[in-house]
Design a protein around this ligand. Structure first.
Ligand code: TXA
Ligand code: MG
Length: 321
């Protein structure tokens, strides 16, 4: 069910959940200070309680309401990447709901770069906990229609159009003057390194300091219902499609040449450009998933820095169920 901005504000203040647009994917939002509302987020998503939520705020001035520390390195990163597809994990204030943090000592914060989300945050005056607005392990929604199809018509959705970034934010934890990359996104490790002035601490297993856990990064994630098979080359995908007895559909990187004709196989070819590919990745998978085929064939993009976040999502989506 679609709701207006005013109605979304009223519902959120009343402790209800509302699906909201951001530039990455739609989020299922709740007042981050209302435990009953937060429990509803977990219930609607069927999400395990050990998987903490990202809190969305209107601007960096609100960090101090939620984080116990806002070290200079984190301030620099916030200045460079907010509003934007970038999440900072910082030590949490004791007052932050244990449900938001899943009992961890940290809180994840993000200022989204979406005009409707920013108006909602400002007009409600709330900090909004919002995981992606999909059932646990399923594909994230990038349109209001995806949200309703995945969570049901009874969920209130504030429609802000199609998401422009298309995959979830980059997540970085900052501890003092060190940082770690917890989840890849379209803000690249290299771009963060330039602003930070130093590389990420590696997630070495023998480190004994207070390594933040990376909850929620389950291997089986971001999955359509149809199984996915990945192909390192166009030629391998085409020859599989020609001989397969299964009904297939395909997602391709770049144009289709004469030699790669795919007989009786629906396909989408996305641009050979990481930003444009990411923007349409989930909506393409949603569309191919709706065809009722037995197998989705996906051509894997090049293994180079600007495609790494996309490779991460594709390999998770293809993980066997
Ligand atoms: O782009 C995005 O980040 C979207 C939009 C809606 O903002 N949100 C999103 O939320 O992707 P979700 O719930 O699908 O992913 C949140 C992830 C968790 O799975 C976990 O890996 C990490 O954020 N996270 C949240 N709180 C954390 C914390 N306190 N410490 C470490 N990781 C945390
Ligand atoms: Mg998610």
């Amino acid at each position: 069910m679609r709701v207006s901005l005013d109605e979304a504000v009223a519902r959120l203040k009343n402790g209800e959940v509302v699906a909201i647009p951001t530039e990455t994917v739609y989020g299922l939002a709740a007042d981050a200070s209302n435990d009953a509302a937060l429990r509803q987020v977990y219930a609607v998503k069927q999400r395990p309680a050990d998987n903490p939520l990202i809190v969305h705020i209107a601007d960096a001035n609100q960090v101090r309401n939620l984080a116990a520390e806002f070290p200079p390195l984190a301030q620099k990163l916030a200045q460079a990447f907010w509003p934007g597809p970038f999440t900072l994990v910082l030590p949490a204030k004791a007052s932050v709901s244990k449900i938001v943090c899943s009992n961890q000592p940290t809180v994840a914060l993000r200022v989204p770069n979406h005009p409707v989300a920013l108006r909602l945050l400002k007009e409600s005056g709330l900090a909004l906990a919002a995981p992606s607005a999909n059932k646990f392990t399923q594909l994230s929604p990038t349109t209001a229609a995806h949200v309703s199809a995945g969570l049901g018509e009874q969920i209130a959705v504030l429609d802000g159009g199609a998401c422009r970034v298309g995959i979830e934010s980059t997540i970085v934890s900052v501890n003092g003057d060190n940082w770690r990359l917890l989840r890849r996104g379209m803000i690249s490790e290299a771009a963060i390194e330039v602003v930070a002035g130093k590389p990420a601490l590696e997630n070495q297993h023998n480190l004994t300091d207070d390594l933040p856990k990376v909850p929620g990064q389950h291997l089986l994630h971001y999955s359509p219902k149809t199984p996915i098979k990945l192909f390192e080359s166009r030629a391998a995908l085409v020859s599989f499609a020609k001989t397969s007895s299964q009904k297939c559909a395909a997602l391709l990187v770049g144009e289709i040449g004469n030699s790669d004709k795919l007989p009786s196989c629906n396909h989408i070819n996305l641009p050979d450009n990481a930003e444009q590919f990411a923007e349409r990745l989930y909506s393409s998978l949603h569309a191919l998933d709706g065809l009722g085929v037995e197998l989705l064939l996906v051509e894997v993009p090049p293994n180079v820095p600007e495609w790494l976040a996309i490779l991460d999502r594709l390999s998770r989506a293809a993980h066997p169920k």
